[in-house]
Design a protein around this ligand. Structure first.
Ligand code: NAD
Ligand code: DAU
Length: 350
């Protein structure tokens, strides 16, 4: 019997992972632990939240007694750890929030797992979900592999790198069985509109300026979120213990090229004139310490575990746009209230 604790399950990627595990594995109990910060939203899970194998626990990673109680009450056998502060721009404004949740929170979880599983680690797995940003920035050539040295450049990526190091250290020192995966930029349904793609979709809908940082020639490697979830499934079940896997779809885009495609697709879907949304593009002040290029080499995952993305970028982007246009209530709920304050404080001085 598996009782799997998925942390951050009310967030963007976590909600897709929870949905996949709850529906695909009826014999597993899935316990979703989430503090419901601004990024956590139980609306993301309303289609599966009545499933008999699903439970939600509103607990903060900094609440050690709360974590311990969840482990105890649900007899947790495995952890898939996604909960984190995840937005680079916020990390530049408030680095300590990232130290607390991403580093201290991860160590709290590791400590509880060590204590509860200490008698016999062989039946348990601590799977830590991380990012390609820990590797730093690439030049024009090359890809991040699993052996690329860590070189984080933002408070966010530094906090994720630290959490990865703690996971590895707990495997080495205490023999907890761990796996780490480092994924490239995700996109898809339920993505909070502070990140590039959903923010620009929302702004195009409302004919608001599209704030492109710097020269717009920064490059990201985009993966459809449901493909990240299937990679997590494959790695959780078949990954080599104490190993790491890069996850990505060999799908690099310069920001400005991606934004232009988004504008074109949105004009078509909204019945607007060709070129109308492109006129909203506004070059603004750059992000400090902005990493020039990320690109993931996911060969190991493909060769060893047979995983590959299921959709092309064109298909994934079209599905994503359709989802946002069909879920305007979700979008207006998450962009009301505190989001307005965030938006004006983050963008008014650019
Ligand atoms: P997200 O911001 O959408 O969701 C994070 C979730 O964690 C939210 O539900 C939030 O309520 C919860 N959370 C935050 N602080 C918490 C705390 N102290 N205690 C308990 N819960 C807390 O993030 P996401 O984009 O879904 O990312 C999930 C994970 O995947 C993160 O670890 C992130 O570093 C990693 N990742 C993200 C991407 C990406 O493109 N979004 C790519 C690679 C890796
Ligand atoms: O690479 C994986 C990472 O991808 C994850 O670990 C992070 O959690 C996730 O947020 C994401 O980080 P990025 O910083 O790459 O994503 P973001 O959507 O914030 O920005 C993507 C690119 O778009 C980046 O070059 C900055 C640029 N950008 C972003 C915003 C929000 C703009 O030009 N304008 C914007 O308004």
């Amino acid at each position: 019997m598996k009782n799997i604790l998925i942390t951050g399950g009310a967030g963007f990627i976590g909600s897709h992972v929870v949905r996949l595990f709850v529906t695909k594995y009826p014999s597993y109990n899935i316990i979703n632990l989430d503090a419901l910060t601004y990024a956590g939203n139980l609306e993301n899970l309303k289609d599966i939240d009545q499933s008999p194998n699903y439970t939600f626990e509103k607990v903060n990673l900094l609440d050690v007694a709360g974590l311990s109680s969840v482990f105890e009450r649900h007899n947790i056998t495995d952890v898939i750890h996604l909960a984190a502060e995840s937005h680079v721009d916020r990390s530049i404004e408030s680095p300590l929030d990232f130290v607390h949740t991403n580093i201290v929170g991860t160590v709290n979880l590791l400590n509880i797992a060590k204590t509860k599983w200490g008698a016999d680690f062989s039946k348990h797995l601590f799977y830590h979900i991380s990012t390609d940003e820990v590797y730093g920035a690439l030049g024009a050539e090359g890809l991040f592999t699993e052996t690329t040295p860590y070189h984080p450049n933002s408070p966010y990526s530094a906090s994720k790198a630290a959490s990865d190091h703690f996971v590895r250290a707990y495997a080495e020192t205490y023999h907890i069985r761990t796996i780490i995966s480092n994924c490239s930029n995700n996109y898809g349904p339920f993505h909070f509109p502070e990140k590039l793609i959903p923010l620009f979709i929302n702004n195009i809908i409302h004919k608001k300026p599209l704030p492109v940082y710097g020269d717009g020639l920064y490059t990201r490697d985009w993966l459809f979120v449901k493909d990240h979830a299937t990679a997590i499934d494959v790695i959780f079940h078949n990954g080599k213990i104490d190993d790491t896997y890069n996850i990505g779809g060999f799908n690099e885009w310069k920001n400005i090229d991606l934004v232009k495609i988004l504008c074109k697709l949105m004009d078509e879907k909204l019945g607007r004139q060709a070129g109308e949304s492109e006129e909203l593009i506004t070059y603004v002040k750059d992000r400090p310490g902005h990493d020039r290029r990320y690109a993931i080499d996911a060969t190991k995952l493909n060769k060893e575990l047979g995983w590959a993305p299921s959709v092309t970028f064109e298909q994934g982007l079209a599905q994503t746009i359709d989802w946002y246009l069909e879920n305007t209530t979700w979008l207006s709920n998450v962009t009301s209230g505190a989001y307005q304050n965030y938006y004006s404080s983050m963008y008014s001085n650019r």
